[in-house]
Write a protein that binds this ligand. Structure first.
Ligand code: GAL
Length: 646
């Protein structure tokens, strides 16, 4: 386990580099990430390369005993490059070209930009591929940041048509898959197909879903280009830093090309942007919500089923949320250990020294604008002294996450309050508040390591997926399936009778779905217990399943809300409605007990995590907590944590 920092030598006078490096080492930092936005200094004019300064800076870091993560600088193509071509700038969904003057303004499908990428990446790979101070790579920076996965330019239109032709072969197949007979949307040729923006009303959701897939594949193939060029010259591992609550490209597919997944963890910005209730946000104002943060840790661990890095860890105030509070004293230490507890191998702080100008001048660093230590430095130093080597995460419970289900349900929300992330969060929060470690994995992955697999919204389903899940359950797995499952085919059209190929597994059909306005709730009956739900209800009609709870609203004509079906050695539980974590727990607890998975009801803001080597207890509350659990009796100060080493 190691600490790191993001460093911009090009921002500071050269005489500061050596003392900076010495102080980094002294704090206990090991990794230093450089160069991801440095193109205009590496190549001030077309073809006029100037790498001397980066060489000197990397040497300085190396001489201090630090290891460098070298980045390709492609997130910020310089002005001369933009002016040289007319096909590099992205076009937004409104059809407006993005302008030069910030970052991420390039199109992934621009042939010119791919050529420039090839050139600069090869130069860097050649120069640093075997450099002894360098030990890892990062491609680009945060693909998709500022809403830049889906580009609507002529390059993308052309490439989308090629992508569709490869997928469907014949235009008739596409017309059928998309149900283009509706509103006379049929095409005679692939060359007629536009991108799905600027239509009078919404575009065909099947058209949009394929465009989302295409845009995701465009990011992936652009990244593959960089990975290949780097690997031709270097054996150092290749990483990329993905973002929090960002699903515009398929991270499971993307992760296959990388050696290490890293992500950028900004707990307070994340909380401020989240739709959590105002009182919850007030409570966690200076730490962020523990589950909001660790859901992303667990998701990114699951991308490769291996430890990840936090490449950018918030060290103080950020600049980009609607409001930007100062973190609690102790929060940086708490966040760092939370990341390690959930499977991080490295936590690297963003950034070394606060920027004195430009867009991020209100963003904190480990050091202040004048270069003197800010208080996160003290916390980072403490973390460095507390580190020890840890093994894998230990989990019996998996949550199934799929980017295509995110896209398909968000394209046709049907209920204003629908949110795929929101539903995931409800289930995750319920499981975490029972003291469980949770793996987040793809529905088609090997589920055999888990006693329980929970699929909050398994929307797009084909026979292969149904068989995969049936075999998991037959062999003794317990599956929990949430609302909107089995509703559509992979083409984003409905199954004639939901839940399509999942009917046998769930032992029921869905006769109707109800979509409620925010603020409206209704009830179900479980025995004589009345429980509430909101937003969404699947009206379940059991064929062979046992009914555990039913809706009370007469409009639903006696439909079941929660059903259970046995199969082979396992069982499938269907929870048809969108509901809060407290209600989910009513159904999840007996399931967990029957699987002999130990649960502990944790107080709000207190969480457990464990990895081979160490268990953690975290207190995200702004007050002291006395814990009186079955095996844990302890007192935690506000914003503090405890370890138990094995
Ligand atoms: C990240 C980005 C960094 C910096 C940071 C500020 O999204 O990768 O370059 O902008 O946010 O919090």
């Amino acid at each position: 386990m190691k600490l790191g920092v993001c460093y911009y030598p090009e921002h500071w006078p050269e005489e500061t580099w050596k003392p900076d490096a010495k102080r980094m080492k002294d704090i206990g930092i090991h990794w230093v990430r450089v160069a991801e936005f440095a193109w205009s200094r590496l190549e001030p004019q077309d073809g006029k390369l100037n790498f001397d300064w980066l060489d000197r800076s990397v040497d300085t870091l190396g001489e201090a005993g630090l290891s460098v993560v070298m980045c390709t600088p492609t997130a910020t193509p310089p002005k001369w490059l933009i002016d040289k071509y007319d096909d590099v700038l992205q076009v937004d969904v409104q059809g407006r070209p993005r302008k030069f003057g910030s970052r991420r303004h390039y199109c992934y499908n621009s042939a010119s930009y791919r050529e420039e990428t090839r050139r600069i990446t090869s130069v860097m790979a050649e120069r640093y591929g075997k450099h002894e101070a360098v030990a890892a790579w990062q491609t680009d920076n945060e693909y998709g940041c500022h809403d830049t996965v889906r580009c609507y330019c002529p390059n993308c239109e052309r490439e989308f048509r090629v992508w569709l032709e490869q997928k469907y072969g014949a235009i008739a197949a596409l017309n059928e898959a998309w149900w283009n007979v509706f509103w006379s949307m049929e095409y005679n040729d692939f060359s007629q197909i536009d991108l799905p923006n600027l239509t009078t009303t919404e575009a065909n959701p099947s058209h949009s879903l394929d465009f989302y897939r295409f845009a995701s594949d465009s990011v992936i193939s652009y990244n593959q280009l960089q990975c290949k060029l780097i690997r031709e010259k270097s054996s150092y591992p290749v990483s990329h830093n993905v973002m929090l609550y960002f699903g515009d490209f398929d991270h499971f597919k993307f992760a296959k090309d990388l050696d290490i997944i890293t992500w950028d963890n900004y707990p307070l910005g994340m909380l401020e942007q989240s739709p959590l209730p105002a009182e919850v946000k007030a409570h966690f104002l200076r730490t962020g919500h523990p589950d909001l943060i660790s859901l992303i840790h667990d998701l990114y661990y699951g991308l490769k089923d291996q430890p990840f890095w936090v490449m950018e860890q918030q060290p103080g105030q950020v600049n980009w949320a609607p409001s930007n509070p100062i973190p609690a004293k102790g929060a940086v230490r708490l966040w760092s250990h939370q990341a390690f507890g959930h499977g991080a191998d490295v936590v690297s702080y963003f950034r070394w020294r606060a920027a004195n100008g430009a867009q991020e001048l209100m963003h904190a660093g480990l050091n202040k604008h004048d270069g003197t230590p800010d208080r996160a430095t003290t916390e980072a130093r403490q973390v460095a002294n507390e580190l020890r080597m840890l093994g894998k995460k230990q989990t019996e419970v998996a949550l199934l996450f799929d980017y295509e289900n995110l896209w398909a349900t968000e394209l046709q929300k049907h209920a204003q309050g629908w949110s795929y992330w929101g539903l995931m969060f409800s289930y995750y929060h319920a499981l975490r508040s029972l003291g469980l470690d949770v793996a987040i994995v793809h529905p088609r992955s090997d589920l055999s390591p888990y006693k329980l697999a929970v699929a909050p919204a398994l929307h797009l389903v084909d026979e292969a997926l149904a068989k995969h899940l049936e075999s998991y359950v037959n062999q003794g797995g317990q599956l929990v399936i949430g609302p909107r499952s089995g509703f559509k085919t992979l083409s984003n059209v409905v199954q004639e009778l939901a839940p399509g190929p999942l009917q046998n597994l769930m032992g029921l059909t869905v006769s109707h779905v109800d979509a409620l306005r925010p603020g409206i709730s209704d009830t179900i009956l479980k025995g004589d217990e009345t429980l509430s739900y909101s937003t969404w209800a699947d009206l379940l009609r059991p064929t062979t399943a046992e009914v555990l709870a039913s809706y009370t609203n007469p409009a639903y004509e006696g439909a079941a809300a929660v059903c259970q079906q046995a199969h082979g050695k396992g069982r499938c539980l269907t929870i048809g409605m969108w509901t809060e974590p407290e209600v989910l727990k009513v159904f999840l607890k007996p399931v967990l007990q029957s699987l002999t998975i130990a649960i502990q009801d944790l107080p709000e803001g207190v969480r457990l995590a464990s990895r081979e080597g160490r268990s953690y207890i975290y207190n995200f509350n702004p007050h002291e907590v006395k814990l009186e659990l079955q095996d844990i009796k302890t007192t935690l100060n506000a914003f503090d944590l405890k370890f138990k080493d094995q």
